[in-house]
Design a protein around this ligand. Structure first.
Ligand code: HEC
Ligand code: HEC
Ligand code: HEC
Length: 108
């Protein structure tokens, strides 16, 4: 009986992890509000390519729930959400204020 419980817990944990990493493989869409085009956010790029830890974004910049955050350019320009990193400063990724880089995030 005890073995069965252990096995059950192990299977449950494996399934939870699998669905978790599956969710992270799927890009998150921020639907366009203006006519700039929708924005796709890739966990893969940030956590695997750029090797960032979850805590660099969660929970301070984003909640761990799709659609939970409403992102506004004005807030981001003031350093919130994506704008906390995308400043174009030394060692930081491209700036959200750079008129040539809008299309890096916004796709029509
Ligand atoms: C790092 C990614 C990123 C970059 C770069 C970026 N944006 Fe955004 N922007 C977003 C996200 C996310 C939203 C929220 C979803 C939406 O409305 O499309 C947004 C929203 C907007 C909106 C909707 C209204 C508002 O004010 O929030 C406009 C207009 C906009 N962006 C224009 C621009 C322009 C112009 C540029 C280039 C100067 C730009 N964005 C660069 C991520 C970005
Ligand atoms: C560069 C920033 C960033 C990093 C690093 C990051 N996330 Fe996220 N995460 C986001 C954003 C943005 C969202 C979408 C929030 C929203 O839609 O309001 C999100 C959403 C999620 C969600 C909800 C997905 C869904 O479908 O509802 C989970 C789960 C999650 N992240 C887990 C993680 C884990 C685990 C890590 C570390 C391996 C991680 N995140 C690292 C930015 C990040
Ligand atoms: C905690 C810091 C951080 C936050 C927050 C963050 N990013 Fe990034 N982002 C990075 C870094 C670092 C890179 C990698 C830059 C490089 O290597 O070219 C990157 C790269 C990107 C790229 C380029 C992808 C590629 O394949 O080259 C896009 C697009 C992007 N981010 C969009 C977003 C959007 C949209 C948000 C908000 C929902 C966001 N980022 C929030 C740090 C961040």
């Amino acid at each position: 009986m005890k073995k069965l419980v252990v096995l059950f817990v192990a299977v449950a944990i494996t399934l939870a992890c699998a669905s978790f990493s599956f969710a992270l493989k799927k890009d998150i869409e921020f639907k366009a509000v203006g006519d700039e085009g929708s924005v796709m956010f890739s966990h893969e790029t940030h956590t695997e390519k750029a090797k960032m830890a979850c805590k660099e974004c969660h929970p301070a910049l984003f909640q761990m729930k799709k659609g939970a955050d409403v992102l506004k350019m004005a807030d981001m320009e003031a350093g919130k959400n994506c704008g906390n990193c995308h400043t174009g400063a030394e060692g930081k990724p491209f700036s959200i204020k750079d008129k040539e880089k809008c299309g890096n995030c916004h796709k029509k």
